[in-house]
Design a protein around this ligand. Structure first.
Ligand SMILES: Cc1ncc(COP(=O)(O)O)c(C=O)c1O
Length: 372
């Protein structure tokens, strides 16, 4: 074989999925007791599922390989064929999971536009519920909330919204939270993670983003729901055998002591704010112009409350591509994001030195692409 090995940028702000497992995680993985989890006898998976269910205040949990599979098996467990899912228009479930709601679940999806805080107005959600007595209509079967809501700078969604949503929905219509970054929301809002899903029937959260494990997500809900989700996981090929090796890293992530990776998310949020404050000073960096963030205005660092910075460069898409390439040439990775935006995400590998290096690289990239 010829060709160079692809290399990650030295300062990698493309996503919080680029984190490597901590030393404590690697040690726990090496010595984890394991069994065949499809037979239900992997003690480390069972311990992780119990820990996750307790933390999120639900009866039961299920370990799955990815966040996408967590959302998929949740939809399969809640939604019948021909059912309809109500979800935010910018949500991952609608835009970024290869239309699995249609292909695998056999459901329709009714997208509802969010406001700038990431929440579809409750009245719009209620208005989208179909008439279950009319045979023309799909059966509204699930409402999805994304927390944090990625496309609004990864804003945390408050329990107040969840309570209002729950009390406005007809009885028996379940709510699922795509909580890929639910722990970021809990840390940003300074409240237990269980408060954020108290009014939801089910939730998925990812261990392999800011929490830094190599793989894995967890679904939580009632015992009956988790049984259906477990069956759905098998159907889509997600039943893993000695999965305790992976679950062991998740147990470290969720531990209370110094090895746990939840409390340290506050540092990622501080680093994202530092990046936004620096970028906002640079001529040519503008607000993303999306979801009520005025186009062409200065970037508002106050909007950064978790680990995402979304911004744009003046000059449009050609300059964006050139700016991203120039950043990369200076050792810094960021990615393009929908609606002409650029995304930078902080995580375990990013401290003040990396942010300062990213700001220097951005200043150079702006100067080098000023002709665009
Ligand atoms: C909001 C949201 N939900 C779900 C997922 C899916 O997670 P995974 O990449 O583990 O499938 C992601 C991944 O980036 C996400 O950002």
């Amino acid at each position: 074989m010829t060709g160079e090995m692809p290399q990650a940028p030295q300062v990698d702000l493309r996503s919080d999925t680029v984190t490597h497992p901590t030393t404590a995680m690697r040690e726990a993985m090496a010595s984890a007791p394991v069994g065949d989890d499809v037979f239900g006898d992997d003690p480390t998976v069972i311990a992780l599922e119990r820990r996750a269910a307790a933390l999120l205040g639900k009866e039961a949990a299920l370990f799955v390989p990815t966040g996408t599979m967590g959302n998929l098996v949740s939809l399969m467990a809640h939604v019948p064929r021909g059912g309809e899912v109500i979800a935010p228009a910018e949500s991952h479930v609608f835009n970024d999971e290869a239309a699995n709601y249609a292909v695998v679940v056999g459901a329709g999806l009714r997208p509802i536009a969010e406001t700038e805080d990431g929440t579809p107005p409750v009245q719009s959600v209620v208005g989208a519920i179909q008439d279950s007595t009319d045979p023309h209509c799909p059966i509204t079967s699930l409402v999805v909330v994304e927390n944090c809501h990625a496309h609004t700078m990864s804003r945390p969604i408050s329990p107040t919204y969840m309570r209002e949503l729950r009390s406005s929905l007809i009885d028996g219509l379940p709510i699922h939270v795509d909580g890929a970054r639910l722990f970021n929301a809990a840390v940003a809002l300074g409240m237990p993670v269980s408060d954020l899903v108290a009014d939801a029937d089910s939730a998925t959260f990812c261990l392999s983003k800011g929490l830094a494990t190599p793989a894995g997500s967890v679904v939580v809900g009632s015992k009956a729901f988790i049984w259906r989700a477990r069956r759905a996981r098998k159907l889509v090929g997600g039943g893993m055998r000695q999965a305790g090796i992976l679950a062991a890293a998740g147990l470290v992530a969720l531990a209370d002591g110094p090895d746990g990776t939840v409390a340290r998310l506050a540092n990622d949020h501080a680093m994202a704010r530092r990046l936004a404050e620096g970028l906002a000073q640079q001529d040519g960096i503008v607000s993303p112009g999306h979801l009520a963030q005025p186009s062409g205005a200065l970037l508002d660092p106050q909007r950064v409350v978790t680990n995402f910075v979304l911004f744009a460069v003046a000059g449009g898409l050609t300059r964006r591509a050139a700016y991203l390439q120039a950043l990369r040439d200076h050792g810094v990775g960021m990615v393009s994001y929908p609606h002409g935006q650029i995304r930078a995400v902080t995580h375990l590998g990013i401290g003040e030195a990396e942010i300062d290096r990213a700001l220097e690289a951005s200043a150079k990239a702006l100067a080098e692409t000023a002709y665009h």
